[in-house]
Design a binder for this molecule. Structure first.
Ligand code: MN
Length: 278
C-alpha cells in the first residue's frame, strides 16, 4: 500500500471527484443532498459523468425546482473558482453531446477521455450507455423498469421519512431490491464485463463510468472497474486522492460537519486515508 499523501499548502483535499446520474429534472433526484456534498467539495478536478440532467424525464413531465437550479449554479461557481470541471453527457442528457469538444461557462464538455491518476494508472472515462448493446437489455424490460422505478422511488421516500423519524441514516429500497433480482444482477455483471473489456482493448488499466446506478470498485477480468454510482439512490461519488488511490464516498445523511464516508469494496477506509477531514 502506498503512503498516504497529505495535501501541501494551497493544494485541494482531493485530486479528482467523479459524480454521475444526478438526474436533475427528475423527481427522484437528491438535489439537496448533492448541494451539501458540493458545498464541501475541495478538489482540483470535478468530472460530471453523464445523466446530470434528465431530459427524458422532463419531456414526460416538466419538473425543475429551485434546488435543481441551485445545483447548476453551484457547478458553474465551482468551475469559476479554479476547479477544472469536465462534463461527459450521458444518454439522458445526450442533447449535450452535440457540444462535445467545446467549453460552456468554464466547463469542458467531452464525449469520453483517458484519465491518468497520480500513480500513473490510466483509465477509460465514459458514461457507460455505450455498453447497453453488449448487455442486450430488451426495450420492453427497460420500459417496465422505468414504471417500476417510479413506484419504487415513491415507496422509498416513505421508508426514508420513517427511518429519518426513527433516527436512522439514508438507505435505498430500489438499490436493495435490485440486488435481490437475479435478472438485474446478471445485467450488472454483463455491463461490468463489457466495460472492463473496452478498457482492456484500449490497453488501459481501468474504466471509470456510471449509468447503472450501482457504485462499485473491483477487479473485473484483471481490469480495475470503477462505477461512481448515482444521486437518485446511493448519493455516491468516486474520489481520487493525491497518491492516485480511488475510493467510493457516500453522503450518509448524518448531521455531522462532513458527512462523507469513504469505502473501498466492502471495507471502510479511515477518512484520513482519503485526506477527507472527518
Ligand atoms: Mn445513463
Amino acid at each position: 500500500m502506498s503512503e498516504v499523501s497529505q495535501p501541501v499548502a494551497g493544494q485541494r483535499a482531493l485530486k479528482t471527484v467523479f459524480i454521475s446520474d444526478v438526474h436533475l429534472g427528475y423527481r427522484g433526484c437528491q438535489a439537496e443532498r448533492l448541494l451539501q456534498f458540493l458545498e464541501q467539495l475541495d478538489a482540483s478536478q470535478l468530472v460530471l459523468l453523464g445523466d446530470i440532467v434528465d431530459i427524458w424525464s422532463m419531456k414526460r413531465r416538466p419538473y425543475w425546482p429551485e434546488s435543481h437550479q441551485a445545483v447548476v449554479r453551484k457547478i458553474v461557481a465551482i468551475a469559476q473558482s479554479g476547479t477544472h470541471v469536465v462534463y461527459v453527457p450521458g444518454n439522458h442528457d445526450e442533447a449535450f453531446r452535440d457540444l462535445c469538444g467545446s467549453a460552456l461557462m468554464g466547463v469542458d464538455i467531452r464525449r469520453d477521455f483517458i484519465h491518468e491518476t497520480s500513480a500513473g494508472k490510466r483509465y477509460l472515462v465514459l458514461h457507460g450507455d455505450d455498453f447497453d448493446h453488449a448487455v442486450k437489455f430488451s426495450e420492453v424490460l427497460k420500459h417496465l423498469g422505468d414504471k417500476m422505478y417510479d413506484v419504487l422511488m415513491w415507496l422509498g421516500h416513505i421508508i426514508q421519512k420513517c427511518r429519518h423519524k426513527l433516527g436512522y441514516g439514508y438507505w435505498s429500497l430500489a438499490s436493495w431490491l435490485k440486488h435481490q433480482v437475479p435478472d438485474a444482477r446478471r445485467y450488472i455483471e454483463r455491463f461490468e464485463h463489457a466495460a472492463a473489456h473496452a478498457a482492456a482493448r484500449h490497453g488501459l488499466d481501468g474504466v471509470i463510468c456510471g449509468h447503472i446506478h450501482r457504485p462499485a470498485i473491483r477487479l473485473v477480468d484483471g481490469v480495475h472497474y470503477c462505477n461512481d454510482g448515482d444521486w437518485v439512490e446511493h448519493c455516491s461519488a468516486l474520489v481520487e486522492n493525491h497518491a492516485g488511490e480511488l475510493a467510493l464516498t457516500y453522503w450518509t445523511g448524518c448531521e455531522v460537519p462532513v458527512a462523507l464516508r469513504a469505502v473501498a469494496g466492502d471495507s471502510i477506509l479511515p477518512a484520513e486515508k482519503l485526506n477527507v477531514a472527518a
